[in-house]
Design a binder for this molecule. Structure first.
Ligand SMILES: [Zn+2]
Length: 460
């Protein structure tokens, strides 16, 4: 089924951008396509909407190849991560996920849908005549600028015919370094120190889609040197990095995180990255690897850094084993970045200011934010403009809560202290919480305060 590595699919890369080969027949003069945005006229809509228009025209002309091509092309243009093609009762809807949020793009009549599905299935080597079971496939596409994209196609039979989701992955995208992810100040210093350890466990935690794996890849990029052997056990291998030995689990043949880790330990490793610590078996193996002199990187599903400790103990791990191996925990979320073009100051309610002040009173570490920004708290909003497609947001940045396990935290864990006690001590030892980190970002005009509380819902 699913290929473990980026094995090339037999069909040739599909060129998405070599533009409209087949124009809708009636169209006499397709507007001056290559005209660069003239700076003089404040025209609200520029190139992105050209592609949307071409998509709409292809639908009107029932030009299926052009429809599929423009749907992908427009998605690439506006940096969508997923394309959803959803048959509803009497129409088919196309939505894109951009910066983590779904957005309505266009609709087309249901009678076109079978041809659209067939077209996409051919592209991604799926069985056209099989419509009763879900299928997975992939295709390679290349943009006008020559960027290679990986398209993961998944079909699902629904009561209204087959739904298609295409996940777009930019293969040429380079892995960002830690500061580019938004890790800064004391959090970055602590993480860099932990990455220097010859052994120990480093964990990233957060909900699905919070960028945990990307953070681990950025860590691995720093560690990736000729002198060390790095092995990864992943599900699936998301990004391939030169110099690493990456392996993908296969649950159907009992090749899972735990058995993968055991095999990795026989491969003379220095550093092991394991996709997720899900159960006691994987946790045991990670601890064993750390105790025998290896650095282990992994992820967990918890809400905060401190909660991860409780989670691992609840898996049945002895606290003394945890305290002798755990180095650092990073809890994280992704927030949407505010559009800088239409950003303007906004009033914040006194109640909100109170909540924010209370959170910031417990920021014990100095130098994380300009004190002036805290004195007269000014937040911003972006009402939307052509630059951000009227969304007000463009791109995303991470919020990080980095907990370095020091002797004080170890003592607390060993004495069975409550999550609240450990949280308090962690903050006094310099941990910036997700909420505080978000407020700092919002005060610096990177994101909105709504966005911060949307992802870091937490108050005492
Ligand atoms: Zn804007």
């Amino acid at each position: 089924m699913d290929n473990p590595t980026n094995q090339q699919v037999a069909n040739p890369p599909l060129a998405v951008c070599p533009q409209p080969v087949a124009q809708p027949p009636a169209q006499t003069s397709p507007q001056p396509a290559a005209q660069p945005a003239s700076e003089t006229k404040p025209v609200p809509q520029q190139p992105p909407d050209d592609k949307l228009k071409q998509l709409q025209e292809a639908i009107l002309a029932a030009n299926i190849p052009q429809m599929v091509m423009m749907a992908i092309s427009y998605a690439l243009e506006i940096r969508a991560s997923d394309i959803h093609i959803e048959p509803l009762e009497n129409r088919v809807r196309i939505r894109y996920r951009v910066d983590g949020v779904l957005r309505h793009i266009v609709e087309y009549p249901t009678n076109l849908h079978p041809a659209v599905v067939s077209r996409i299935k051919i592209m991604s080597n799926l069985k056209i005549d099989e419509q009763r079971i879900p299928q997975d496939g992939r295709a390679d596409v290349t943009t006008k600028e020559g960027r290679a994209m990986d398209l993961r196609v998944s079909t699902l039979p629904t009561v209204n015919s087959e739904k298609i989701v295409m996940r777009i992955q930019d293969k040429s995208k380079k892995i960002p370094d830690l500061p580019e992810l938004g890790i800064a100040g004391v959090s970055l210093k602590n993480l860099e120190a932990a990455l220097q350890s010859p052994n120990g466990i480093i964990i990233t935690t957060g909900p699905t889609g919070s960028g945990k794996t990307t953070t681990l890849y950025s860590c691995l990029m720093r560690l990736n040197k000729t002198e060390v052997n790095i092995l990864t056990i992943e599900d699936p291998v998301e990004i391939q990095m030169d110099g690493l030995n990456q392996s993908q689990v296969h649950h159907d043949i009992n090749y899972n995180f735990e058995t993968g880790m055991r095999a990795a330990l026989r491969q003379d490793p220095n550093i092991i990255m394991v996709g997720e610590i899900r159960d006691k078996e994987t946790a045991d193996t990670a601890i064993e690897a750390s105790l025998t002199g290896h650095l282990v990187l992994s992820t967990l599903h918890t809400n905060s850094a401190v909660e991860s400790i409780t989670r691992i103990v609840n898996m049945g791990i002895q606290p003394y084993l945890l305290t002798s191996t755990l180095e650092l925990i990073i809890a994280q979320r992704l927030v949407r970045k505010m559009c800088q073009k239409c950003k303007k100051p906004v009033e914040t309610s006194p109640e909100m200011i109170e909540i924010i002040k209370k959170a910031m009173e417990k920021l014990y570490v100095k130098g994380e934010i300009d004190p002036e920004l805290l004195k007269n708290m000014q937040f911003f909003e972006s009402p939307g403009c052509a630059e951000c497609n009227n969304i007000g947001y463009k791109g995303r940045v991470g919020l990080y809560e980095v907990l370095r396990i020091n002797n004080e935290i170890r003592k607390l864990i060993l004495s069975g202290a409550t999550t609240m006690d450990i949280q308090e001590a962690a903050q006094k030892n310099g941990m910036v919480t997700l909420e505080q980190g978000g407020i700092i970002n919002a005060l610096q005009g990177m994101t909105t305060i709504e966005e911060v509380y949307r992802v870091s819902r937490k108050s005492e």
